[in-house]
Design a protein around this ligand. Structure first.
Ligand SMILES: [Zn+2]
Length: 433
């Protein structure tokens, strides 16, 4: 069943059989397509249902379930487990996890045999537990309301108790976490998985927005998994036939990685600027609407001394420092300046980009403060594959946007950045024969 789902999803997304299956079952909020895993859901739901029957508050249901459990076990002549033996609710199990059946079942199915298999597969141990942890005699479990089934599971950090009330959700979460852990540990495909410095509530709208074309969606998923056929990947798989270097550069210093194509190759500079300027336009347009009319906005221009009301005599004060932030808002009456700097880095390097931009404009902030203005600097960093840095939402709110509006803008920008990158990839595909 899982294999069938995986192969269908791979077919839709055009992924080959070497691509990881971990991404497929990740929720959209984590950057996966959010396909439900039928096997996980089935196992969790059925286990949870059977456990709930055994611990049910309703006397009739509980006693009937427990009676049938004992009956099924006795009919198959399964011996009770001794103290140190592996056990399933007091009955002996063999080393392979199967119940120690001493007689043929005559083809009669049993829910309780299934429960043992399900628990064995998900690593759950079941025991009867009395009110104070005393050992329980099997013949008393049917009538005694104080005895309950207690479920535990092993993890790296020791044994945990599984609450029967929330067993289904817990089991599903464990499966998802397990696969996410495997995914993030992959050296190539897991590089952009669950980035710790991205805001995941706005970074993955491309996966759920149905108005976005399928080509963009597929490009985004493939590029984030780094499975597009760029030279660097081909050279890893076929070192004798492919050369990992970017052929647009005469010196073989630049390996043609996704980061190089989307952010580092001087050949596509015009496209990078277009992608960046579009982001600047989108952000500035929204911010302009929430500023009052006396505030001036400057976009794409060098900061000039005559924008400010001051009595500074040094005309060169602004010329020897980085002085071209993307958007500047000046309010003369309130003597306040807000600088927005927008960056589009490769997703893996967003954090570095954020810090370097922050440091770069510190001298400018100091100069403007010295002119007698209250100056704040807000850095907005997008990843070229649609991730958004986690401090950006806060920044736009500081810039005057409501949280809901800021989220909407960021989702839009995230998609815009990805589309910009798709254009670059298309150009790159034209370049190569
Ligand atoms: Zn290049």
């Amino acid at each position: 069943m899982t294999n069938k789902t995986v192969s269908l999803v791979r077919k839709w997304l055009g992924l080959n059989t070497h691509s990881t299956r971990d991404i497929i079952f990740q929720a959209r909020g984590d950057g996966g397509p959010g396909v439900p895993n039928i096997e996980w859901v089935y196992t969790a739901t059925r286990t949870n249902h059977l456990l709930k029957m055994l611990n049910c508050d309703d006397v009739t249901v509980r006693e009937m379930a427990r009676e049938s459990l004992l009956l099924h076990m006795q009919r198959r002549k399964i011996p009770p487990a001794k103290e140190n033996e592996r056990q399933f609710l007091g009955f002996k199990i063999k080393d392979n996890g199967k119940l120690d059946i001493r007689t043929a079942g005559f083809g009669v199915r049993s829910d309780w045999m299934d429960l043992n298999d399900l628990c064995h597969r998900s690593g759950i141990n079941l025991k009867w537990a009395g009110p104070d942890g005393t050992p329980v005699a099997l013949n008393s479990v049917v009538m005694d309301p104080l005895i309950n089934v207690c479920a535990t599971f092993e993890q790296e950090d020791g044994q945990h108790e599984l609450s029967i009330k929330t067993a289904r959700a817990t089991m599903l979460r464990m499966k998802v976490e397990e696969s996410a852990q495997h995914w993030t540990s992959l050296s190539l495909q897991g590089k952009l998985a669950l980035l710790p410095f991205a805001n995941h509530s706005v970074s993955h709208s491309i996966l759920s927005n149905t108005t976005i074309g399928e080509d963009v969606l597929i490009f985004c998923i493939k590029a984030r998994l780094q499975v597009l056929p760029k030279k660097y990947n081909l050279a890893i798989c076929y070192p004798s036939q492919h050369n990992p270097h970017c052929i647009l550069h005469p010196t073989p210093d630049n390996k043609e990685t996704m980061a190089h194509i989307l952010n580092g190759c001087s050949f596509y500079k015009g496209l990078y600027i277009a992608r960046h300027d579009r982001l600047v336009d989108l952000v500035s347009q929204e911010l302009r609407q929430v500023q009052d009319r006396t505030t001036h906005m400057y976009k794409h221009s060098t900061v000039k001394l005559n924008w400010f009301d001051h009595n500074c005599t040094d005309n060169n004060i602004l010329y020897n420092i980085p002085n071209t932030p993307d958007i500047v808002f000046i309010n003369q009456a309130r003597k306040s300046v807000t600088i927005f700097e927008i960056g589009c880095a490769f997703d893996l390097y967003m954090d570095t980009c954020f810090t370097s931009k922050f440091m770069k404009y510190q001298p400018l902030v100091e100069c403007i403060t010295a002119l007698g203005y209250n100056c704040q600097l807000i850095i907005v960093v997008f990843g070229s594959l649609g991730h958004v840095h986690k401090l950006v939402l806060r920044g736009l709110q500081m810039g005057g946007l409501q949280k809901a509006d800021a989220k909407r803008v960021l989702k839009f920008c995230s998609v815009s950045a990805t589309i910009g990158s798709l254009h670059i990839w298309k150009r790159r595909c034209v370049v190569y024969p």
